[in-house]
Design a protein around this ligand. Structure first.
Ligand SMILES: Cc1cc2nc3c(=O)[nH]c(=O)nc-3n(C[C@H](O)[C@H](O)[C@H](O)COP(=O)(O)OP(=O)(O)OC[C@H]3O[C@@H](n4cnc5c(N)ncnc54)[C@H](O)[C@@H]3O)c2cc1C
Length: 486
């Protein structure tokens, strides 16, 4: 199938999605291509979900600039786009004088980076903020501007808003080749040949491969696994804020944090990934034990039970800073690579600059680029029945009785929410797609009870036969045959 666009974005993580939203402000044709069956299937779907304050990056780096700016943007974005965000603040805790030295260094760095509302506090004050903190903690850096978000819900929200404003999203379309002839790119995916003036490389761990396809810079991404343990929501109150240990060369260390949806999260580890590892995002007993032990160092009362699942994400590291620039080898090819942590925090700020970069390149090509007068800044989120009062629930059920039928008991997700997720601007007809959009199957039983009903609703909404409904990508159907009707 042939398509004509002004701009092609490669990669549907938070970086691609935020850039798509920024570009949707302009009267240009933007197409985003993603190789997986859904958005946020790379690092953007498996990370700590922290909106970092910005004291970590070295001053004067792109990381420092975009981190601090992005952190300030999230409260407004969460409000406009209806994704979970909580301004809980963060603590970097120290256990001895060496740790306090790091805390002071981070504070000084934060000041240089322009981080607001930071304070160095003693152990007692830290325990006032976080009662479960170890008695061994002697002091901490308290950064009030840090927050937590749901990283996949945020990515989906950015993308849906871009779609409503005219960006075309093509899922399950891996880019296989990028050619350039007479100044025009042809991006070949599984089913499409898309011509475009500008291509933006936001392919995460595959940024090097995508760059090579275009004949642009050599980018060698190194990968490190980060494993997590997720606890049930009944332990959500265990941590009130994001608790970091002092960082080392491998990263920001193991954290104990509430999630924006009210669970408790522990992790990540930081382990190298072998090139031939067939399952780089698999969790291991060793990894889980390691993060539990480190979590207990920060918060000794951390309970052994209550974990409902584990997961892992892959860091895409390239040098010591983000690589965001037009290619010097291939004109009109923009590199947005090596977006490791704090990339989730930085994405909205990166997107503003990259969208402007792309618009300027288009103008240079003689394309008329104007701002839309009717651009829609907000998105209608899926109502969260769990968080509603009884009166609000009654009013919603009056409008649509499907909001009165609970499907996922652990997370109180109703049929109405699942149908709304499946009728969204970028519908994804998979079990995990529904889960990421409205939390059906996210709870204590991890979908043991609701999965067949979710599959039935997906089948009704999509017309896909029940036994062909997939959990996620290709080869993930789970029905073997019919025993009885559900
Ligand atoms: C363990 C861990 C913890 C982290 N914690 C935080 C945190 O708390 N706060 C924070 O700010 N940041 C954090 N980060 C960093 C953050 O997750 C990343 O910076 C961010 O998600 C990067 O987004 P991205 O869009 O560049 O990459 P990705 O989300 O990986 O997206 C890249 C996309 O490109 C697609 N793609 C690749 N090749 C192709 C192709 N050929 N054709 C089409 N599509 C393709 C992939 O499928 C993928 O969806 C963490 C990262 C990790 C791994």
């Amino acid at each position: 199938m042939k398509l004509k666009a002004d701009i092609v974005i490669v990669g549907g993580g938070v970086v691609g999605a935020t850039i798509a939203r920024e570009l949707s402000r302009f009267n240009v044709k933007t197409v985003l291509v993603e190789r997986r069956e859904d958005l946020a299937r790379g690092s953007s779907g498996a990370n700590s979900g922290i909106v970092h304050a910005g004291y970590d990056p070295e001053p004067k780096t792109l990381m420092a600039k975009y981190n601090v700016k992005g952190c300030a943007m999230y409260p407004v974005l969460a409000e406009e786009l209806g994704f979970p965000y909580k301004p809980v603040g963060s603590l970097v805790i120290a256990f001895d004088e060496g740790g306090m030295e790091t805390v002071r260094k981070l504070y000084a760095r934060g000041l240089k980076n322009g981080v607001p509302d930071m304070e160095i506090i003693d152990g007692d004050k830290a325990r006032e903020i976080e009662p479960n903190l170890s008695q061994e903690v002697v002091g901490a850096l308290w950064a009030r501007s840090a927050g937590i978000i749901s990283p996949y819900e945020a990515t989906i929200a950015f993308a849906e808003n871009a779609a409503v404003n005219g960006v075309q999203f093509l899922l399950e379309q891996p880019v296989k080749a990028i050619a350039k002839e007479n100044g025009l790119f042809t991006v070949t995916t599984k089913d499409y040949e898309i011509t475009a003036e500008v291509v933006i490389n936001c392919a995460g761990i595959a940024a090097g491969e995508v760059s090579a396809m275009a004949g642009a810079e050599e980018i060698t991404i190194s990968q490190r696994k980060g494993e997590y343990t997720l606890y049930d929501r009944n332990l959500g109150g265990f941590a009130k804020t994001v608790i970091f240990q002092t960082p080392d060369a491998a990263g920001k260390g193991v954290l104990v944090t509430p999630t924006a949806e009210g669970n408790l999260l522990l992790g990540p580890s930081s382990d190298p990934i072998a090139e031939d590892d067939p399952a780089p995002t698999a969790t291991t007993q060793e990894g889980q034990d390691k993060i539990f032990a480190m979590g207990r160092k920060s918060t000794p009362n951390l309970p052994f039970g209550g974990a409902i699942t584990g997961f892992a994400g892959i860091r895409a590291v390239f040098g010591s800073d983000f690589y965001i620039a037009p290619s010097e080898k291939v004109e009109n090819f923009i590199q947005v690579a090596g977006i490791c942590s704090p990339g989730l925090t930085s994405a909205p700020a990166i997107a503003e600059d990259v969208a402007q970069m792309a618009a300027d390149l288009l103008k240079k090509q003689g394309v008329e680029v104007t701002k839309k007068e009717n651009w829609i800044s907000t998105r209608e989120a899926i109502p969260s029945v769990r968080e509603m009062s009884w009166d609000e629930r009654a009013a919603l059920c009056k409008e649509d009785p499907a909001y009165g039928r609970i499907v996922c008991r652990c997370e109180t997700v109703t049929e109405g929410q699942i149908r709304k997720a499946l009728r969204s601007p970028i519908p994804v007809y998979t079990i995990d797609g529904v889960k990421r959009r409205c939390r059906a199957g996210m709870g204590r039983c991890q979908g043991s009870f609701c999965t067949p009903v979710v599959m039935k609703i997906i089948s009704e909404e999509s017309g896909i036969p029940f036994d062909q409904i997939r959990k996620a990508g290709e080869g993930t159907t789970i029905a073997q045959g019919k025993l009885k009707e559900i």
